[in-house]
Design a protein around this ligand. Structure first.
Ligand SMILES: [Mn+2]
Length: 350
């Protein structure tokens, strides 16, 4: 995208709503904040009045609250009417780290009604929007690197600062398992190198995100790993099924189960790791189980999640949901697992 087209598009806008997905992760929030910081400065430089709001469909996890500007994000559960109104009055919408209006719960209706142009900044498969401006690449390791490209394409590097760099760095770090996933290319490291030149402190960012466990949360992880894990070596699969009572017992809040699924892949030989959590309490008491899938190599969990679990995502990281009890969800999962067996046990794959 050339700078002139971006300039033409944004110079006509004065009410921009930036939208992120439910339970925003470091990539969604970091990208959205970086874009808001940058665009605010871009309009300020031109003396053009503008309103730029970030709307989150749910609350923000405590370990992301430190991100520069996070306190200004509008959270739907706290101000539902205001969130709806911002979308209704917006003259442009920026979708960040998601690409289907139905991923943002109660706000989906407002989005579907809206007729204003959409800017898409995302790396998930099968987008369900027709954007006016698109920074979409399913091969990208993170939305943050696409947000970075968007910012750089304005050709006004004097507006880029440490806050912007820190937000982008957080997005890339959290979506790449700290720069180790297959999706990490030399290009990703070149971007990270640039971000460090703006003064980002890697150890500080890592600690603010990952060294934030309370004793209670760490004990919940320990309890899950000890009592809720099942290892199926013949399927090269490891999964955990977490009953609602565990969430209550350890008082586990939104975002606090983040990262638990990764321990399933730590067992040698495992190529599919699954976390299923009873979320009935979040669904007005009606049965609901959320799934997280992680995999290695050519075990493509996005297809598996889409086909059987009302979900989707990336080749090696996806999510889904079933409206059943946890026991039923586990039985169903074990039935569907056989469809993956050939690829799970294929030879010559680590
Ligand atoms: Mn992402």
């Amino acid at each position: 995208m050339n700078a002139h087209r971006l300039e033409t598009f944004f110079s006509e806008k004065s009410r921009i709503a930036i939208l992120i997905h439910r339970n925003p992760d470091g990539d969604a929030l970091g990208s959205a904040l970086a874009i808001r910081h940058f665009l605010s400065k871009w309009y300020h430089k031109r003396n053009k009045p503008v309103t730029i709001d970030i709307i989150s469909p749910s609350l923000i996890a405590y370990f992301l609250e430190w991100l520069p500007g996070a306190s200004e994000v509008i959270r739907f559960p706290e101000s539902p009417e205001r969130a709806r109104q911002i979308i209704r009055e917006a003259d442009s919408l920026i979708y960040v780290d998601f690409n289907a209006p139905n991923r943002i719960d109660e706000l989906s209706e407002e989005l579907e009604r809206s007729t204003v142009p959409v800017i898409l900044i995302d790396h998930h498969r099968e987008p369900q929007v027709e954007p006016a401006i698109s920074y979409w690449n399913p091969e990208a390791a993170s939305s943050a690197q696409l947000a970075w490209k968007f910012i750089k394409d304005f050709n006004e590097t004097d507006l880029i600062d440490k806050n912007i760099a820190e937000c982008i760095y957080t997005g890339i770090m959290t979506d790449t398992g700290s720069f180790r996933f297959r999706s990490v290319t030399p290009e990703v490291h070149r971007i990270v190198a640039e971000l460090l030149e703006y003064g980002v402190d890697p150890d500080k960012v890592y600690s603010l995100i990952y060294h934030r466990f309370s004793l209670r949360r760490l004990q919940f992880f320990g309890h899950s790993i000890t009592f809720r894990i099942r290892h199926l070596p013949e399927f090269r699969t490891t999964y955990m099924a977490i009953p609602a009572e565990d969430l209550v017992r350890f008082n586990i809040g939104p975002g606090e189960t983040e990262g638990l699924v990764n321990y399933t892949l730590a067992i040698e030989g495992t190529r599919l790791g699954v976390l299923m959590i009873d979320r009935t309490r979040e669904n007005q008491g009606k049965p609901m189980v959320r799934f997280s899938f992680r995999s290695k190599g050519n075990v493509h969990v996005d297809e598996f999640a889409r086909k059987f679990f009302n979900g989707g995502g990336h080749h090696n990281a996806a999510g889904g949901v079933l409206y059943t009890t946890l026991d039923e969800a586990e039985t169903y999962f074990l039935q569907k697992l056989s469809s993956l067996l050939p690829v799970l046990v294929a030879e010559n794959e680590a």
